[in-house]
Ligand binder design. Structure first.
Ligand code: DGJ
Length: 729
C-alpha cells in the first residue's frame, strides 16, 4: 500500500526550472523552518547564497546578495555548492579528479535541476552539473524532510570518457555558512569512554574531523558534531547545526573559515588511501550527510534528528523493542547448556522479553573459550552446546522468553578454520607481520565471496532457527595493513568494505525486515546513520558504570533517539541497583547481571522497574527529549521525555557531584509541557522499604507553573536518582 502510494506520488514528479539560463536560476531547498538556497552565477557556477532560517516570503530570496566580493572577482568561488579542484579554486575542494587524459582539473557548470515529492513530507531536489570540457557529470541530491527539518544530502559522479577517471576526493556535501563566529562541538573517545565533547571556536583555516580506522571507525572520533553560529548555542537558545555523516567507514569532515570569514563545510568519505577508479558509464554514489538547523538551540536540533531517525531511518523506529538479559558479564566465555537454561529461567523471573547469548558459543577445532580463537567458525561448540542453538531457542521459549545470539561475522581469528581455508579472504599485507586488534583480523568484505559467506552465516542460523529473536552484531577490530588480495583496485578497499557490508545488510533486511539487530562495536565504535538504516538499536559503550553512563548517554542523545540507545544494568560501578536502573531507563533497557545474586529487595525492585518501564517506555522511546540540567559543571543531571500529546512525561534526575548532600537545592524548570494543562507528579522506581517525599502530596500543577517556577525532585546524597512520572490530570 505504502509502495503504491509512493509510486503515485513519484509519478506526480514536478520538474522545475529545467534548463533556465544561468544567472537567473535560483534553487530553493526548504523544510518547514530551514532553507538552503543555491544560485547559479552568471558563469554557470552553482553557489550557496543562504543556509539558515526559511524566509516567510519566498520572493525575498532574490534579494540575497551573491557571495560578498572584496575587490577581486575570484572570491565568488568560495561558496560553490560542490567545489572542483585544479582550476581557479584554491581552497579545499569537494571534488578532485584526474580525467582519462590525465588532466588534473575539473569545472562544474549548472545544467538543470528537478524537484520530486518522494513521500508526503519529503522533497528531493537534484541539481545536474557538468564539466564543459569533458563528458563528466555530477548530481547533487538534497532530500528535505519537511516536518523534521532535516536535510539529507549526497552526490553522484558519472562520466563517459574513453578510459577510467581517477577520483581522488568525492565529498557528499559542500555547504557554505556565513556567520560572525563559529563554535564547533566535536566528540572524542576510546574504548569504554566514548563521546567526550569539546567545544572550540573555529579560527581561520581548516579544522578536520576524521578517521582512518577502516572499521570500528568511531573509536576515537565519531562523524557527528554541533556547530553553533555567532555564539555558543545553549539547550533552548541559539543558532546551531547538528550534522552527521551516514557512513560506517573512513570519513572526513572539514570546517574551513575562509578569507571572507565565512565557513565552508565539506563532508564525505575520507580521501585517505581511497582513490577510486571510476570506469566509463559507472556511477559512484557518495554516502549521505545529514543535518538539521535550529534557531532554538541544541535541544530542538536533537529533537529534529530524533524524530527524523524514528520516522525515516531506523527500522521499526516507531515500533517496539525487547528488554533483554545478556550473559556477557554474567558468564563471559564460561557457560554450558545447563547454566544457560538456568539463566533463561532467571530472565523470566526478572521479567525481560529475551535472553541474549553473547560471545563464546561457537567453533570446534579452535574453540572460542577466550578472545584468541574461533572467529569465523560459526558452528555451535559441541562441548558447550551439544544440542545446538535450536535446543536453546526451544528451552528459552519453554521458560517463556525469546532467545537471541551474538555474532561478529566480519571478523576472523588467526586460529580458526576459516583463516586456514581462506587466507586470501583476510585483510593483511603479504610482506608485513600481522597486527591484531583484540587478537583478531578483519575479513575482506570488498570481496563478493566474503559478502556471500557473511550473509550465509547469518541467513543459515536464521533459517535453521526461525524463531531466533535477536542478533547482536559486534565488530571489535580496526583495519591494520589495509590490503585486499582479491580486489583488482587495492585503493578501493576502504570504500568497498563498507559498500560490501551494506550489501549484506540490505540482503538480510530484505529477507528479515523485522528482526531486531543491535549494532555493537566493542562498545560504541560504530554508531552512525549509515549502519542505523539496518540496525534497530546500538550499543553505546561497554562502560555501564551508572555515573559514567549519564555522560555517555547524554552526549549520544544529541544525535540518536532513546529507542535506539541500548542501556544495560550491569555490575560496573559502585552505585546502587536503583541508580543503575534509573540511568538505563533513559533508553532501551536491558540487563547483564547474575540475577540469582540479587537480594530479595534488589530483585523485587528490578521486577517492579521492568513493569513500570513497560508502562512508560513509549514516552521515553517516542517522546520529545528535553535536557534540563547538564551533568557538566552541575551537581545534578536532569532530563525529561514528553509525549507528543503533552499528556505524559518521564523526568529523570541524578546526582553527579559528590560533595556532601549536594543535589537539587532549587526547583528545576520543566520543559515541553502544555502550559494550559494540569499535571500530577508521581515518583516511580521507589526502592522497597523507602518512602518518596514527593508521593506524600497529591498536588496538581499547571504546565505553566512547572515550566515557570519549576519543581524540586529532591535529589541529594540520600536520594541519588529520582524518576518522576508526570501525567495530565
Ligand atoms: C564487545 C562488546 O562490546 C561486548 O558487549 C561483548 O559482546 C564482547 N565484545 C564479546 O566479545
Amino acid at each position: 500500500m505504502k509502495f503504491i502510494l509512493l509510486l503515485l506520488v513519484s509519478i506526480t514528479l514536478i520538474a522545475s526550472a529545467v534548463g533556465s539560463a544561468p544567472g537567473d536560476t535560483q534553487i530553493t531547498i526548504e523544510t518547514q523552518h530551514t532553507a538552503l538556497v543555491i544560485r547559479v552565477s552568471k558563469d554557470g557556477d552553482p553557489t550557496i547564497i543562504h543556509l539558515g532560517k526559511r524566509l516567510q516570503n519566498g520572493a525575498d530570496y532574490a534579494l540575497l546578495p551573491d557571495n560578498e566580493k572584496r575587490g577581486e572577482d575570484y572570491t565568488k568561488i568560495y561558496n560553490s555548492a560542490y567545489t572542483p579542484a585544479g582550476g581557479r579554486n584554491l581552497l579545499e575542494p569537494a571534488l578532485q579528479v584526474s580525467h582519462a587524459d590525465g588532466n588534473p582539473s575539473s569545472d562544474l557548470k549548472y545544467v538543470r535541476h528537478e524537484t520530486q515529492h518522494v513521500a508526503d513530507d519529503v522533497v528531493l531536489t537534484t541539481v545536474f552539473l557538468k564539466d564543459p570540457q569533458y563528458p563528466f557529470e555530477v548530481k547533487l541530491f538534497y532530500k528535505a524532510y519537511q516536518n523534521e527539518d532535516v536535510i539529507e544530502q549526497w552526490s553522484s559522479i558519472r562520466h563517459t570518457e574513453k578510459k577510467t577517471v581517477r577520483l581522488q576526493k568525492y565529498a557528499s556535501a559542500n555547504l557554505y555558512i556565513p556567520a560572525q563566529n563559529y563554535y564547533l562541538t566535536h566528540f572524542h573517545g576510546d574504548w569504554a569512554r566514548e563521546m567526550n565533547p569539546e567545544e572550540i571556536p573555529l579560527t581561520s583555516g581548516l579544522k578536520v574531523l576524521d578517521t582512518k580506522l577502516g572499521t570500528r571507525t568511531d573509536l576515537f572520533q565519531p562523524p557527528s558534531f554541533l556547530l553553533s553560529l555567532n555564539k555558543p548555542a545553549e539547550e533552548e537558545t541559539g543558532e546551531v547545526i547538528a550534522g552527521t555523516l551516514a557512513w560506517s567507514g573512513n570519513y572526513q569532515i572539514q570546517f574551513e573559515v575562509d578569507p571572507l570569514r565565512n565557513l565552508r563545510l565539506i563532508a564525505g568519505i575520507n580521501p585517505y588511501a581511497s582513490e577510486y577508479m571510476l570506469a566509463p558509464e559507472k556511477e559512484f554514489v557518495t554516502p549521505a550527510f545529514l543535518f538539521t538547523y535550529s534557531t532554538a538551540g541544541k535541544g530542538q536540533a536533537s529533537r529534529n534528528l530524533h524524530r527524523w531517525a524514528r520516522k525515516h531511518r531506523i527500522p521499526q523506529g516507531e515500533g517496539n523493542r525487547l528488554t533483554l538479559l545478556n550473559n556477557w558479564e554474567a558468564t563471559y566465555f564460561d557457560f554450558n547448556e545447563e547454566k544457560l537454561t538456568t539463566l533463561f529461567k532467571d530472565g523470566k523471573k526478572l521479567g525481560v522479553d529475551l535472553f541474549l547469548l553473547d560471545d563464546g558459543w561457537f567453533a570446534n577445532k579452535y574453540p572460542r573459550n577466550d578472545d584468541h580463537t574461533g572467529l569465523g567458525d560459526w558452528q555451535e561448540n559441541k562441548q558447550k552446546l551439544p544440542h545446538g542453538l535450536g535446543y536453546l531457542v526451544k528451552e528459552a521459549e519453554r521458560a517463556g522468553i525469546k532467545f537471541g545470539i551474538w555474532l561478529e561475522p566480519e571478523m576472523v581469528s588467526p586460529k580458526s578454520e576459516l583463516y586456514e581455508k581462506h587466507p586470501d579472504w583476510v585483510i593483511k599485507l603479504p610482506n608485513r607481520s600481522e597486527y591484531y586488534f583484540r587478537n583478531q583480523l578483519v575479513l575482506d568484505l570488498s570481496n563478493p565471496k566474503v559478502q556471500e559467506f557473511v550473509y550465509g552465516v547469518v541467513d543459515g542460523i536464521l533459517t535453521k532457527n526461525p524463531t531466533l529473536g535477536y542478533i547482536k552484531w559486534d565488530c571489535n577490530a580496526v583495519i591494520y595493513n589495509a590490503f585486499s588480495a582479491t580486489n583488482p583496485n587495492p585503493s578501493h578497499l576502504f570504500v568497498e568494505y563498507v559498500q560490501g557490508l551494506y550489501k549484506v545488510m540490505e540482503k538480510l533486511r530484505a529477507k528479515y525486515p523485522t528482526l531486531p539487530l543491535m549494532l555493537c562495536s566493542g562498545g560504541g565504535g560504530r554508531v552512525d546513520y549509515g549502519a542505523l538504516k539496518y540496525f534497530t538499536e546500538f550499543w553505546p559503550s561497554d562502560n555501564t558504570d551508572g555515573l559514567e553512563r549519564i555522560f555517555i548517554q547524554w552526549n549520544y542523545s544529541y544525535f540518536f533517539p532513546a529507542i535506539a540507545t541500548c542501556n544495560h544494568i550491569t555490575d560496573w560501578g559502585k552505585q546502587s541497583i536503583k541508580f543503575r536502573t534509573d540511568v538505563a531507563m533513559m533508553g532501551k533497557m536491558g540487563y547483564d547481571i547474575v540475577v540469582s545474586k540479587l537480594d530479595e529487595k534488589e530483585l523485587a525492585f528490578s521486577q517492579q522497574a521492568l513493569q513500570t518501564y513497560s508502562r512508560v517506555k513509549d514516552i521515553i522511546w517516542k517522546g520529545d527529549l528535553f535536557r534540563l540540567t547538564s551533568p557538566y559543571g552541575n551537581d545534578l543531571a536532569s532530563l525529561m521525555y514528553v509525549s507528543e500529546k503533552q499528556d505524559k512525561a518521564l523526568w529523570f534526575s541524578y546526582l553527579v557531584g559528590n560533595r556532601y548532600r549536594d543535589g537539587s537545592r532549587a526547583p528545576i524548570k520543566l520543559k515541553g509541557l502544555n502550559p494550559e494543562k494540569k499535571y500530577k507528579i508521581q515518583e516511580v522506581n521507589v526502592y522497597p522499604g523507602t518512602n518518596s517525599p514527593i508521593n506524600r502530596t497529591q498536588t496538581i500543577y499547571s504546565g505553566d507553573y512547572l515550566m515557570t517556577v519549576g519543581f524540586n525532585p529532591s535529589v541529594d546524597s540520600r536520594r541519588e536518582s529520582v524518576v518522576l512520572e508526570i501525567t495530565e490530570n
